[in-house]
Design a protein around this ligand. Structure first.
Ligand code: ATP
Ligand code: CA
Ligand code: CA
Length: 423
């Protein structure tokens, strides 16, 4: 069974859903993109544009094989986020997502029932979300936007779009498009989903044999004696960013989020070649609008003095960063972000800030769970069985503080010369 996901071809149960999601994105996003940029207004955060797709087609939508309705939420806000803060090239975004009309499906890795789909080039993730998460994201969109503005290097999930598909029999599916933290060109050898909670936060090590890429948790991290090997410079920067991000999440009253940590061992390299073996080329016979993308101005912040200076901070601290392995010619938007600019991630450094043989892929994910009645009940219930401060569902204030302390505690400068120990 492929590890990274199954390609969705015709006949797959979710083929029609995927097809409709991508058609909706292509049509709605290029529509917004074709207009001249204007400053955002308060209404833009609440906006929802409706599209109706059918075989006949109309002036807004092309003719399609399947009937469905599509909603594009806050298109102007997401456009600004993508272009000004997330450094995505508009044409590139649409092409990556929809040029080939094929995604790979990760199924439902979490308990929530959400589905995850990767764009073909593995850069973007589509995650189906619960109606509550959808309502919540709309409600906090302005604060999220503000945060991203003042924290260009935020570790929070980068949301590129929020949409809804409604199938004829009435099923409504909400989804977001976000950044895949893991790079397309590097094998991730270990993955941890860390919350700072220790109750039940363990993947059984004995099962790893059958599922070597399983996502490990807090207790696995602790029992294996792991740490984030970061020298003083990167440690300070990362700590400060996590602190700010956790502060926002606290203010928004969310909890249950985690720090996702992917670890690439440069000595081991890419010999497993997981993705390249899995993502075979597949060209379904589906119509693609061959309209020349009418795109706004290209992103400007990319070469801003600030971005360049930020890149330098890290580059200069590990001059050998480029020696060990082949470097992808174009690091894409990741090169503009402090924590994603070493091979798409953050290279480990020792106490002298010298590069080590590990690259971390880090981000704070699953940030749309408000502390509501369900979570409060879960807190009470789990609290009866275990220490009520160590369980996963605790109030947002406590959650954020515990999260931040845990992350601070797991960072440490690697001892000079120490290298990642291969198994
Ligand atoms: P639950 O609520 O049960 O925790 P969920 O369905 O909300 O699950 P997430 O916690 O968002 O799902 O993600 C589940 C897993 O999917 C993560 O542990 C991680 O392995 C992978 N994943 C999620 N988001 C990303 C991302 N942006 N980049 C790479 N991998 C991701
Ligand atoms: Ca989660
Ligand atoms: Ca969740």
């Amino acid at each position: 069974k492929p590890v990274v996901g199954n390609l969705i071809g015709e006949g797959h149960v979710n083929y029609v859903l995927m097809f409709n999601m991508l058609t909706g994105i292509r049509v709605s996003v290029s529509r917004c993109q074709a207009k001249i940029r204007r400053p955002l207004t308060d209404e833009d955060y609440q906006a929802a544009h409706k599209y109706s797709f059918d075989f006949a087609g109309n002036e807004l939508t092309p003719s399609t094989k399947y009937d469905f309705k599509f909603k594009d939420y806050a298109p102007w806000v997401f456009r600004e986020l993508r272009e000004d803060y997330f450094q995505l090239d508009p044409a590139d975004y649409l092409l990556s997502l929809t040029a080939k009309y094929i995604l790979s499906e990760l199924g439902s890795p979490g308990k929530s029932g959400s589905f995850f789909y990767f764009s073909r080039d593995y850069r973007f993730i589509i995650k189906t979300i619960h109606h509550n998460e959808h309502k919540f994201l709309r409600r906090i969109l302005k604060q999220y936007h503000e945060h991203v503005k003042s924290n260009p290097h935020t570790l929070l999930s980068r949301f590129y779009g929020l949409h809804r598909v409604k199938l004829p029999r009435g099923r409504k599916i909400h989804f977001v498009i976000m950044n895949n933290l893991f790079p397309p060109h590097k094998d991730v050898h270990e993955t941890y989903d860390l919350k700072g909670s220790t109750v039940g936060r363990e993947y059984p090590e004995e099962k790893l044999e059958h599922n070597p890429r399983a996502v490990l948790k807090d207790l696995n991290w602790i029992n294996r004696g792991k740490s984030l090997e970061l020298g003083p410079e990167k440690r300070a920067l990362l700590t400060e960013q996590i602190r700010r991000d956790a502060e926002l999440l606290k203010r928004l009253h969310v909890m249950d989020y985690s720090l996702l940590v992917g670890i690439h061992n440069m000595v081991r390299g890419n010999r497993d070649n997981v993705r390249r073996n899995t993502l075979k080329v597949f060209s379904p016979d589906v119509p693609i609008l061959r309209r020349k993308p009418t795109m706004g101005q290209s992103s400007k912040g990319a070469s801003s003095p600030e971005a360049i200076a930020m890149r330098r901070v890290v580059r200069e601290s590990d001059p050998q960063a480029l020696d060990t392995e082949h470097v992808a010619a174009d690091a894409g938007e990741r090169q503009y972000f402090l924590f994603y600019q070493d091979e798409g991630g953050l290279r480990a450094t020792d106490e002298a800030n010298e590069g080590m043989d590990t690259i971390y892929y880090l981000g704070i994910i699953d940030i749309l769970t408000p502390y509501n009645t369900t979570k409060k009940l879960e807190h009470l219930w789990k609290g009866l069985q275990s220490d009520r401060h160590k369980i996963s569902p605790v109030p947002p204030e406590e959650y954020a503080d515990r999260f931040f302390s845990f992350m601070k505690a797991i960072m440490r400068g690697g001892e000079g010369g120490t290298r990642f120990k291969s198994e």
